[in-house]
Design a protein around this ligand. Structure first.
Ligand code: UD1
Ligand code: CA
Length: 457
């Protein structure tokens, strides 16, 4: 195997997306499209990855981080000009350089690997990844001579009517002999319909020098969708969704309606999990076996154990133990952890809190910046009053405590082990272990007053 390098083109504005968000950062199943390209390149053993950035450079660099080196293309003069920006970093290297567009996120690792191997075995100076499509509109067409050897690529906007009939397209992915690539790039001109320096022109240049140019045709046209507008983005999302859902279905996950279930690329799901329609699971989420999720739940970056039931709920950056019941209609906000056998019920919001084993917060409560131990019952309508307008304060509820309904716990506050807080109390002082705290107006009842006041007598 030769040395391998990669260049990802991501400097374009993406005008056709009609968006403030830079094209390569548009998400597919919760993940910016450019990350799919990087993830798919990883298993191909490339030694250096260079990403060409321009529009939105800082945002793109922040997204990719130290996985890549970056070069800024100040002016977007075309794909050949973009690749040329990597010259200082790569020019002296010997080996194969793969060039991939940041807007073709569906190409798989296998296809990249097959392209590398085909190119290396053919000992070509350039190998284009091509495919035949039903509708080639907008793509560069691959032109071949009578012996079916590739001669050049013509862009849609430069193509004659006859050339437009060609259904084999340039996917925008190529393998090049690194040194031949940078030598040829110097000679690319911009005399074409768009006045741009086209990378595909390198093919014709190498060919004219008598170098070997090859094409590797991939069968699956859905892999090579180039995302130029939001119609293509929606199509890509559909393809990726089906691909990922099929992976989980084959692994023993029940997805009741795969068309209406959205699972991101870094989600890990154990077998015998059931996911009902309308559910979106994204980020680095893991879900343990036997857990049931849905309908209509949103789960992002969560670690969820086994045998839980999560219904109609929203969970973000949180951790759920085992055999716990969440929802319907629970909102679990970041940095929350819920233990085993807990019950978090309808219209409950948890934020930055820890809920111990076998504890119930069953209805209409807000628990924020709180630590709750084991075997606690939090009654309906309990509020941890955590914010004084300037700072957030902590609430601690110790094991076995019972908090009655409609209670305000004014933080910072500790409710001791086994303590009882009477319903309707507003508590602002710590409650000792095993104490009863009651803080509400004394009730009085005046016999016969009701009908008098209502004028019935
Ligand atoms: C390109 C190819 C076309 C191919 C298609 C596949 C060229 C001239 N055409 O067309 O043959 O069929 O991809 O999807 O290469 N970019 C830069 N700097 C620039 C210009 C573009 O970084 O100066 C980046 C863009 O951000 C994008 C990629 O290069 O990620 C491709 O550019 P785009 O304008 O989308 O090219 P297409 O018209 O799709
Ligand atoms: Ca494109």
């Amino acid at each position: 195997m030769k040395n391998r390098y990669a260049i990802v083109l991501a400097a374009g504005q993406g005008t056709r997306m009609k968006s403030k968000l830079y094209k390569v950062l548009h998400p597919i199943l919760g993940q910016p499209m450019i990350r799919y390209v990087n993830d798919a390149l990883k298993p191909t053993a490339i030694q250096s990855l260079v990403t060409i950035v321009g529009h939105g450079a800082e945002d793109v660099m922040a997204e990719i981080g130290d996985e890549s080196e970056f070069v800024v293309q100040e002016e977007q003069l075309g794909t050949a000009h973009a690749v040329l920006q990597a010259k200082e970093l790569l020019k002296d290297k010997q080996g194969t350089t793969i060039v991939v567009c940041g807007d073709t996120p569906l190409i798989t690792s296998e296809t990249f690997e097959n392209l590398f191997e085909y190119h290396e075995t053919a000992q070509a100076k350039a190998t284009i990844l091509t495919t035949k499509v039903d509708d080639p509109t907008g793509y560069g067409r691959v032109l071949r001579d009578e012996s079916l050897n590739v001669t050049r690529i013509v862009e849609h906007k430069d193509a004659t009517d006859d050339e437009k009939l060609v259904d084999e397209i340039n996917t925008g992915t190529y393998c090049f002999d690194n040194e031949a690539l940078f030598a040829a790039l110097e000679r690319v001109g911009n005399d074409n319909a768009q006045g741009e320096y086209y990378l595909p022109d390198v093919i014709e240049i190498l060919k004219a020098e008598g170098e070997k140019v090859a094409a590797f045709i991939t069968e699956d046209q859905s892999e090579t969708i180039g995302i130029n507008d939001r119609v293509a983005l929606a199509n890509a999302e559909k393809v990726m969704k089906r691909r990922l859902n099929e992976f989980h279905l084959r692994n023993g996950v029940t997805i009741v309606d795969p068309d209406a279930t959205y699972i991101g690329p870094h989600v890990t799901i154990e077998q015998d999990v059931t996911i009902e329609p309308g559910t979106m699971i994204t980020g680095d989420t893991t879900i343990g076996s036997g857990t049931h999720i849905g309908l209509n739940s949103e789960i992002d970056h969560c670690e969820i154990g086994k045998d839980n039931v999560i219904r109609q709920s929203v969970l973000k950056n949180s951790k759920i133990g085992n055999e716990t019941s969440i929802g319907p209609f629970t909102h679990i906000r970041p940095e929350t952890s819920v233990g085993d056998l807990a019950r978090i019920g309808n219209f409950v919001e948890l934020k930055k809190s820890e809920i111990g084993e076998d504890t119930s917060v069953s209805h209409l409560s807000y628990i924020g910046d709180a630590t709750l131990g084991k075997d606690i019952n939090v009654g309906c309508g309990t509020v941890t009053v955590n914010y004084d307008g300037i700072n957030k304060h902590q609430t601690i509820i110790e094991d076995g405590a019972f908090v009655g309904c409609n209670t305000n716990l004014i933080a910072p506050i500790t409710i001791g082990e086994g303590a009882l807080v009477a319903a309707g109390s507003t508590i602002s002082n710590d409650v000792e272990k095993d104490a009863l705290a009651i803080a509400r107006a004394r009730e009085s009842s005046k016999a016969g007053y009701a009908s008098k006041l209502l004028g019935k007598i």
